[in-house]
Design a protein around this ligand. Sequence first.
Ligand code: ADP
Ligand code: 5GP
Length: 189
Amino acid sequence: MKPGKVIVISAPSGTGKSTIINAILDRGELDLQFSVSATNRSPRPGEVNGVNYHFLTDEQFHDAIAADEFIEWENVYPGRYYGTLKSEVTSKTEAGHNIVLDIDVKGALNVKKLYGDKALTLFVMPPSIAALQQRLEHRGTEAPEVIAERVARAEFEISLAPEFDAVVVNDALDKAIEEANGVIKAFIG
Ligand code: ADP
Ligand code: 5GP
């Protein structure tokens, strides 16, 4: 069996990346499975352990680093760790499924280095930083200081967009879903 491919999607927080990924997965048109990352942040209302993330304590996260359980991990925001588990990626790709990773820009470029042509990196671009801020405020899942921290990182994240294989702007949501779906479809063939 041919191993599945790796699709890595990054965007500044609040751009609409999860919305786009969920819409593409819900369509069921492409053979895609979501890689459930590990994190030490708390679940948002509605997030389910093992579905959105594997929610770990600080100690569990550091134990997993020590046990070499991650393909990559990053300290994305102060004190907040996120990592791609080897077990998630290998079990799904070895079963022939393509896998979608929703990870930060640094993690995305590291995965590209590891997987080369077997990975597609897609950057989802917000129409503006102001729109990003409004979306985060409207989502209402983070405290104002956490929103400020996320918006502050956006300039750095956007500066790395040219290093990605493809960029899709999420202004009109339906158009962005269509474009992202098309880029992924072309890659997995
Ligand atoms: P991310 O995963 O990138 O942090 P989300 O998918 O959670 O972002 O989206 C952030 C918020 O913006 C959500 O409330 C979502 O409904 C909203 N959103 C997503 N795409 C658009 C869009 N094109 N226009 C306006 N709001 C959007
Ligand atoms: P959130 O807290 O909004 O779910 O995610 C914050 C950031 O962490 C997003 O940029 C998201 O893509 C990133 N992220 C989620 N999982 C991983 C992971 O496994 N590795 C890395 N490097 N970043 C991740």
